[in-house]
Design a protein around this ligand. Structure first.
Ligand code: 5AD
Ligand code: SF4
Length: 470
């Protein structure tokens, strides 16, 4: 048992981050081969990519993926802690799985991901979910085969989710869900400690991967036929700051662009570390997509300060306008939280005002959710849930208006689209434009995997309809 500890998770020391190499252990193969597994993934791209690693590890041992949890020998939930409703969904699913385990006693049930790193969750599982087989933390993914093997052998609850600052594990296999677009982790963890956010506790300290490992991964992906990479991290702009080798995000973006891959994206950016050098590189390379996710969280400086975001409303706007100015046709999306503890109506109106200025291409909006162990958990809050819901509704109306307005500007324009799949509608295919807009167009399978020019005919709030040009 290695239980997570909130106290340990809060620590940041000078301990050197080690880079370790994943290795397959043949001794697990005999027992695991031909068993079936089901993985359900909650949350962000980081979790999606972790699942791609976990699926590949299980397949490496001869296990077979099934699409229905009722058919699986192993059921795993790769969980998210970011807001309470993510938690609730997981506990709801565990209720259904418990019922199944009552009937099929020999299945193995495990919980991985961010919730596994929460002390409160691990304790709850230890006390009320003893029927489960394992809990595997975000720092232990490379030990997946071992814990699954042990679970099939003894079916006693095991928890491997110690709160450490974390290492970097290279060479893990990945079973990528998309054949043309790949996620590439460039860093793990986060040291920003925004006061509402649980990520620094569940994902450990900021650890940047070695640039050579990243570039090699991108070059290998090109050889395999991938057209697009998304460089992933909680705060990618801070890439390299923990390595002291004078190599930063601007350098990395340039080197990834120089590999010649058709499209480079990156996420998520924190306004704090967005340098002029980065802006120059994005503007200079045609294969770095003009699409930036730049979470603002609030348009009020007092709230931003309470959130620990380290910028004022004016500083955000300055950066926003600079990006718009220097990167032709850049699309900027954002995240916004409403109902932070004690946010007044006027402060919320500042957020609306900022949205009116920025007219974001897309905004993900959330009601503040109290996370155990974060500084904001302790903040007194006089805003009712009803008020928060009204604010969210109002905000959504506004952000949707601008999403549509931005899309409308593309009507009649020609955009480049990486076609990635058949669309739900027969005779249509879908893909994403350079500015990351979902585009549907008439076409057949032969277009899939190609970057094509599309004339936009009709704009909707969440997507565009167009016709193939060439
Ligand atoms: N409550 C609500 N939203 C949150 N986010 C992060 N933590 C919380 C929380 N406690 C949002 C932020 C972040 C996005 C990934 O999730 O907007 O940018
Ligand atoms: Fe959370 Fe802030 Fe880190 Fe983003 S930058 S993961 S919001 S602590």
């Amino acid at each position: 048992m290695n239980m997570p500890s909130l106290k340990e998770a809060k620590k940041r020391t000078d301990k050197r981050v080690e880079t370790k190499t994943y290795k397959k252990e043949n001794k697990y193969q005999e027992l695991l081969k031909n068993k079936t597994f089901y993985i359900k993934t909650y949350g962000c791209q980081m979790n999606e990519h972790d699942s791609e690693n976990m699926i590949a590890i299980l397949k490496e041992y001869g296990m077979k993926e099934v699409k229905d949890y009722e058919d699986a020998d192993l059921i795993m939930l790769n969980t998210c802690s970011i807001r309470e409703n993510a938690h609730n969904k997981v506990f709801g699913m565990l209720g259904r799985i418990k019922h199944l385990k009552g009937i099929k006693k020999d299945i193995v049930v495990g919980l991985a991901g961010c919730m596994a790193q929460e002390e409160v969750v691990a304790n709850e599982i230890l006390n009320k979910y003893k029927w489960m087989d394992f809990v595997l933390g975000t720092h232990n993914i490379h030990n997946l085969a071992e814990i699954v093997y042990d679970s099939f052998k003894d079916r006693k609850l095991k928890i491997e989710a110690q709160s450490i600052e974390g290492d970097i594990i290279e060479n893990m296999p990945a079973d990528r869900q998309n054949k043309y677009k790949a996620y590439v982790n460039i860093m793990y963890g986060c040291d920003k400690f925004c006061t509402y956010c649980i990520v620094p506790y569940t994902r450990g300290k900021q650890r940047s991967r070695n640039k050579d490992d990243i570039i090699k991964e991108v070059k290998d992906l090109i050889k395999e036929g991938y057209k697009e990479v998304t460089l992933l991290g909680q705060n990618v702009n801070a890439y390299g700051k923990d390595r002291n080798d004078n190599y930063n995000m601007a350098n990395l973006l340039e080197d990834v662009a120089k590999t010649g891959i058709d499209r480079v994206r990156f996420m998520t950016s924190h306004p704090w570390d967005f340098t002029d050098d980065m802006i120059d590189i994005i503007a200079k390379y045609h294969n770095i997509m003009p699409s930036i996710h730049l979470p603002v969280q609030s348009g009020n400086t007092r709230i931003l300060k309470l959130m620990g975001r380290r910028y004022t409303k004016e500083e955000y706007l300055d950066l926003f306008y600079k990006l718009k100015d220097r990167i032709p046709k850049v699309a900027i999306s954002t995240d916004i939280i409403v109902g932070f503890p004690n946010e007044t109506e006027e402060e919320f109106n500042d957020t609306l005002e900022l949205v009116n200025k920025c007219k974001f291409d897309l905004a993900y909006t959330f009601i503040f959710s109290k996370r155990v162990g974060t500084p904001a958990e302790k903040m007194k809050d006089n805003v009712t849930l009803e008020e928060k819901e009204q604010r969210l509704y109002k905000l959504n109306e506004l952000v949707n208006k601008y999403a549509l307005e931005n899309n409308k500007k593309l009507e009649g324009e020609i955009v480049e689209v990486l076609v990635e799949a058949l669309s739900d509608k027969e005779g249509f295919v879908m893909g994403y434009s350079d500015t990351n807009k979902l585009v549907n167009l008439k076409g057949e399978e032969d277009l899939i995997g190609k970057i094509v020019k599309v004339k936009i005919l009709e704009a909707k709030t969440w997507s565009l309809n167009g016709e193939y040009v060439e």
